[in-house]
Design a protein around this ligand. Structure first.
Ligand SMILES: *Cc1c(COP(=O)(O)O)cnc(C)c1O
Length: 403
């Protein structure tokens, strides 16, 4: 083995499984909504680690929480419980419909637990044939074989052999389509209140209410995947709170630990009661280090100042996008909720999201796409107005260079 004096983007292609094609620069430092690369170039961060960095990079209170817990207890396993996990579970329960919490490490794991719980509940309380899961085209729930199969993008799910059976996909926001496939053998309907990866598409209120009614009629559990839309992203702690509907299970991850890996599945005591010691588990889930950070992130995100600031920033971003649109005629629909915003590329810009992202990076802006036609904005919930303005200036420059 040779000594490596230099680590750069080329190293990636030589050492990593080629499942991503990361940008050509390597970020080395972040503060708030600014990031710097190896060469010291500065970026405004509208991506937030894919809707993870709700409180920006290296928030001083989170750094402090990490350091304090880091000197106390990192990991103890679920053979023992721990104070940070119990404190965090209590906070999540107090703030939602839920009465029981399961912690894991990623969105996929929280969803895997949710889908297993929904199946196990139906089989235990009803009959062994009540296993059908209704899910939606363009939905995204993670990359384990079960969660990717419930997701509605065949290009992610195909090519890995037999999939878990009894999962059916119908068009999102189409209540008649749900009605047509719903029956007494259905155990769960799984949806993202705002589809994130699939193109930033909010569910309509009529759809959510209609699905809830159908679920009640057929004794089906309603599962909301709030991995991306939760933890303040849409201006409420969880996006289901916009709809005046109570789900049976929700999952959350991304912003829960503000970059420290942690996820949670929340449900009622009744549904949780079908699980007994040994039915499910994880080594790392709910470890003290992750929960200590998430406790502080939760306290800050759930303050009225942070939650109320989301709408103001949403309006500011949409105004800037409308302005750019007047000058360049680049966007079709601009949609989303709170700080989960999608801008559809139209006309000659269609299919060029990747090119926009690359030009944005060259101009000092980190941005996301959702598919090839939608620019996705998921900045920190506390990004400053000045940083939004500066980022938008860089975006406009990128778009001007695309012409
Ligand atoms: C990101 C995401 C997931 C997967 O989370 P991982 O932490 O990557 O496993 C699941 N559901 C939704 C809605 C997501 O946005």
């Amino acid at each position: 083995m040779t000594a490596h004096a230099v680590i750069n983007r080329n190293t990636y292609d030589q050492v990593m499984l080629p499942i991503y094609s990361p940008a050509h620069f390597i970020p080395v430092k972040g503060q708030g909504s600014r990031v710097w690369d190896q060469q010291g170039k500065e970026y405004i961060d509208f991506a937030g680690g894919i809707a993870v960095m709700a409180l920006g990079h290296c928030h001083p209170e989170l750094v402090d929480a990490l350091k304090r817990q880091g000197e106390k207890l990192w990991h103890i396993s679920n053979i023992f419980t721990n104070e940070p996990a119990l404190t965090l579970a209590q906070k999540l329960i107090d703030a939602t419909f839920a009465e029981r919490v399961f912690f894991a490490n990623s969105g996929a794991e929280a969803n895997e637990a949710a889908f297993k719980l929904a199946r196990h509940y139906a089989i235990t309380r009803h009959n062994p044939y009540k296993t059908k899961i209704i899910a939606f085209h363009h939905g995204f729930h993670g990359r384990t074989l079960f969660t990717v199969s419930v997701g509605g993008q065949p290009k992610y799910a195909d090519g890995f052999g037999p999939k878990p059976a009894d999962i059916i996909h119908v068009p999102f926001n189409d209540l008649d389509a749900v009605k047509a496939v719903m029956d007494d053998h259905t155990c769960a309907v799984v949806l993202e209140p705002v589809q994130g990866e699939g193109g930033v598409t909010p569910a309509t209120s009529a759809f959510i209410h209609g699905v809830r009614e159908l679920c009640d009629k057929h004794q089906v559990l309603l599962v909301f995947d709030e991995v991306q839309s939760g933890m303040g992203r849409t201006g409420k702690l969880f996006s289901y709170m916009h709809y005046d509907v109570v789900p049976d299970i929700i999952t959350t991850a991304k912003a829960l630990g503000n970059g420290f890996p942690i996820s949670a599945m929340l449900t009622t005591a009744n549904i949780a009661s079908v699980m007994v010691p040994g039915t499910h588990g994880t080594t790392y889930g709910g470890n003290p280090l992750a929960c200590a950070v998430a406790n502080v992130a939760f306290d800050i995100i759930s303050t009225p100042e942070v939650l109320h600031g989301v709408e103001k920033r949403h309006n500011l971003i949409v105004n800037f996008l409308n302005g750019i649109n007047q000058r360049y005629s680049v966007f079709g629909e601009i949609r989303g909720k709170g700080l989960l915003i999608g801008a559809e590329l139209k006309g000659k810009y269609q299919g060029k999201a990747k090119d926009v992202l690359q030009l944005a990076a060259e101009n000092g802006l980190m941005l996301l796409s959702a598919g090839s036609d939608v620019l996705r904005f998921t900045p920190s919930l506390i990004i400053s107005e000045e940083e939004i303005a500066q980022g938008m200036e860089r975006l406009e420059k990128a778009i001007s260079q695309l012409v």
